[in-house]
Design a protein around this ligand. Sequence first.
Ligand code: DGT
Ligand code: MG
Length: 611
Amino acid sequence: MPQAGPTSRLPARKDGRIIIHFDYDCFYASVFEAENPALKSLPLAVQQKQIIVTCNYEARRRGLYKLQLVKDAKLACPDVVIVLGEDLTRFRNASKALYTFLSRFSWNNKAERLGFDEVWMDVTDIVDYNIQLVNKNDLSHSFFNLSKDDPTIGFPFDASLVAGHVIPDTDDGLRHTVNAHDNLSLRLCIGSHLALYLRHALEEEQGYTSTVGISTSKLLSKLIGNVNKPKGQTTLLPPYGLKVDHDNNNNNVTAFLDPHEIGKIPNIGFKQAQKLREFVLGRPAKFHAGLIYGKTQESVTVRDVRLHPDMAPALLDKVLGGPGTPHGVGTRIWELVNGVDDTEVHQAKRVPSQISIEDSYIRLDTFEEATKELHMLSMSLIKRMHLDLLEDEDGADQHNAPVEQTGQTPPRRWLALPRTLRLSTRPRAAPAPDWTRSRAFNRISRSAPVPGFLFNLDESDEALADKLVHDAWLPLFRKIHPEKSGWNLSLVNVAVTNMTDTASDDKNASGRDIGKMFKMQDQILREWRVEDVSTTSNVAPTSPNHLAFVDGPHGVENECVHESSPNVLEGHNWEEDEDSAPVPGSTCETCGLTVPSFAMSAHRRYHLMGD
Ligand code: DGT
Ligand code: MG
């Protein structure tokens, strides 16, 4: 029996934190502009395959938009400058540099990236420190301390007025005046000034503009930021209210969230949103109509779900449940539609939990071609390993320490050592007798221990890649595809996973001295030995479908799921970052393009608009 009444079970919202969410404006285009500022005044678009993945605001002013077909973009704006964005290295590096820049302002190190272009910072400690220092009788003449140790580091600010936009809007369009005796109001106001400072610092010192949201959770800060794009910031004002009521009196959180289409709520996945639409409408939602955000009768809002009769976690469990559904899904969704999100902003990770490189192919069906592709992927993998997992002996990591002008590479050491290699392929299904081809999403994977030579820094990348292909990838490949021909691959992914941190001094770390490590290599590798794992080995298939390994939210591997599992392509997940998710990401069911996981929902909307 579902528990009764939307007002009877109210999730508690903790408003103790102040969280800032950053989304860089037209990120890929901005990376090219930062490299070549002359591009700033031109309409600039970044192309991947046949799609404009993003464009700068000059291009948007001239009618271009994200995820437009290249041919349409050229028609709309014949003088558009198009740059190729297939190689993600420059975006990854820019993303890391910006993240490092922002993290330096953090005191508690709680700065977390989502994909390449979003960052959350939990600035509760900085705000709480500063609130003690403001004079409540003279808020306008405040000084923001950016350091606890040095009171001269910071900036003057007016703590009586929130910086930037607010929701709800002020009636007179003027800046919102803070009630000095409302603690949450003052804390959010202090957070808004820090956000303004950081936004300007990002622009002036790094050349990137951003769109920022300020609230008390990851969910609310991300969504409120979207309200004023680009180069804007928005604070969700109190009262946040713990009471759910139909008219949203005294509750700016539900008043703000309620009009959102249910599929727009981060962490509510694509298929979950479809189930919720169906449930509220009482009939299957028309797939296409239901997904054009805010424009059709199929649009089901947060309010429709939240205030549905009998709405409660147990009912949501029933609506969303099924095989493979994570435990507690009903409670989680119930909380989200009520604006409750207590998930933490994770502390910065020094090293990724896995490094994964992949490419997709129209046709890859010969052993020779596969060998060539594996070599290319290995070269990228080795370069990424060196960038992300090595630091100079003096402690600078490779992103901040380009090779010296002298050409001499300073001595380097490994920050972390991956223990497992994983090869995945995605075969295309054979055509049916009528020559139609069903779309295949299932990957097949095999794993093996990382061979010790991969950590040898004296060999060239080329030589290492060659050895890796012959000693590791090809044996795994033959296990996945024992036949010399007869297959056709749409994707190949190579990855190193299962990182062992060598940088910390605790007793679990393997020690950071690479010289010592090589001496101990055999011993260490024996300890790491991982048996070759087959995707089908630990779960008996219940259908003729292949089983595939997918990457879990924490870069967890070797989770077996069916091709049709609802979790494979579910929407945004806070826990996912660009390093732990395979790059570029998941496969679009419609066009087969590989899209970064964080961008998948936007990509799907693109198809729906175009169809
Ligand atoms: P914004 O935030 O609206 O000013 O524009 P962007 O370009 O920052 O867009 P955002 O934040 O949705 O995505 C960040 C980057 O991710 C973007 O610059 C390009 C890439 N991206 C976004 N959507 C897709 C997609 O569907 N496919 C691919 N391949 N890349 C995408
Ligand atoms: Mg962006």
